[in-house]
Design a protein around this ligand. Structure first.
Ligand SMILES: [Zn+2]
Length: 431
């Protein structure tokens, strides 16, 4: 990795503004403005490309420990850096589950050693994600990993008493419970969104109400307890309405949407290509439009990738047997540009808000999601919005290739990423 003490980025458009120069010294941005010069600095000619704060993902599956055949902390953080991320939250559904101080500290240490991206472990809410016994939330918070986000993601904390207890527990240290909203009884045997397409294909349907009923319950519980709840991967128009209502009450509710739910619909399932099998399922065009609108107006706080790597043997099989999930770190920014920026729904400044500032604030991260300004940590991403190219998973840094965008033309490309002043990606390549 290059370890340049000084880097001068020339002609970068900070948050999409007018071209200017940015000087990085050590780990910090020390100056911004036109015509900067610095003796001995490595110069990056940005040529009017966009400079944003490093992206922060609230929802990444790094798979280590236990499923290193699909991803490791090292390969996942390399993928993150290539996608412009400087911090990711590592989900707890590993083997063993991250439900103790020992496991979260292991993931945290592996992240430190990777050097490509900060890794903030998420702790499980319940022991072994069993939904029955509260995990050692306090011990995980007090550990070296300082866990503040707790989630049984992959599974829903469906027991209302358990959810209430978790919300009460994390309140003491300003933690947040991130809920995977899926009423399990309503989704038994479900393989795709319940609707016209599922009826025609004869596949088990996953009704919107299975997601919405849990969100409605949990925003009420969060209000009752006076604690923070975060809703993972919102996927329906009805979910948006509930979150909008909860926020109008002033309750401490935040929500995320994945890039794939901003672009893809259940019509794709007609191909029976398991690359489109994901949890929550791809929904309808009307849902996609409601999600875009909600991200634009701030009802949905942030974009989170739900990067879910799987080895090909778990995806290259018949629809019914295939694992659920898609990789997303290396395409997230392009999908957001395509669906939100090129459509005029978000400015680059708002992209920085939805993909850096807000997710960092929800996770209570320090030194991430900060403004691009003198005195701030040099966690930065430089992207070329004019780039056009088709997605080639052969070039992914992720160990897995299960992208729904193979061969699809998407705009934009990350050319440089800096983690505390150190370049992790240069000209699109890992250092
Ligand atoms: Zn989930």
């Amino acid at each position: 990795m290059s370890d340049t003490a000084k880097t001068l980025i020339r002609g970068a458009r900070i948050l999409g503004g007018e071209p200017t120069d940015v000087l990085i010294e050590g780990e910090t941005v020390t100056a911004t403005g036109e015509g900067l010069s610095a003796e001995g600095a490595e110069t990056v000619e940005a040529g009017g490309r966009i400079l944003l704060p490093g992206l922060v993902d609230l929802h990444t599956h790094l798979r280590e420990p236990g499923r290193e055949d699909s991803e490791t902390v090292l390969t996942g953080t390399k993928a993150a850096a290539k996608g412009g991320f400087t911090a990711v939250h590592a989900m707890a559904n590993t083997f063993p589950v991250a439900d103790t101080a020992g496991v979260v500290e292991q993931v945290w240490r592996l992240g430190k050693e990777s050097g490509y991206c900060d890794v903030q472990p998420v702790g499980a809410v319940t022991v072994g994600l069993n939904g029955k016994q509260l995990a050692e939330l306090g011990a995980m918070h007090d550990s070296a990993a300082s866990v503040r986000v707790f989630s049984d993601d992959g599974k829903c904390v469906d027991d209302a008493v358990m959810m209430r207890r978790a919300l009460e527990y994390v309140k003491a240290f300003d933690g947040v419970v991130a809920q995977h909203a899926q009423e399990p009884r309503l989704t038994e045997g479900a393989e795709m969104n319940e609707g016209v397409v599922s009826a025609e294909l004869g596949l088990g349907g996953w009704p919107a109400v299975a997601e919405e009923s849990i969100i409605a319950r949990d925003v009420l519980l969060a209000a009752h307890v006076g604690s923070r709840v975060h809703i993972c991967h919102l996927s329906t128009a009805g979910s948006v309405e509930i979150v909008r209502w909860a926020k109008s009450k002033g309750w401490n509710v935040t929500a995320e949407v994945t890039p794939h739910h901003l672009l893809l619909t259940d019509e794709l399932v007609r191909s029976y290509d398991p690359v489109y099998k994901v949890n929550p399922p791809l929904r309808t065009e009307a849902d996609v439009m409601a999600l875009r609108e909600a991200l634009a107006d701030g009802t949905i706080d942030c974009v989170a990738t739900d990067h879910a790597p799987h080895p090909h043997e778990d995806k290259d099989c018949e629809w019914g047997a295939a694992a659920m999930g898609m990789v997303g770190l290396e395409t997230a920014l392009s999908v957001v540009q395509h669906t939100m920026v090129d459509t005029g729904l978000l400015t680059w400044e708002q992209v920085a808000d939805r993909m850096s500032h807000r997710p960092s604030a929800i996770g209570r991260l320090e030194g991430q999601g900060r403004p691009v300004a003198a005195g701030e940590p040099a966690n930065l991403v430089l992207l070329d919005p004019d780039y056009r190219g088709s997605v080639d998973p052969a070039g992914f840094a992720s160990r897995s290739r299960n992208t729904p965008y193979q061969g699809r033309e998407l705009p934009g490309r990350v050319t440089h990423t800096w983690l505390r002043g150190r370049a992790t990606v240069v000209d699109g390549n890992l250092t």
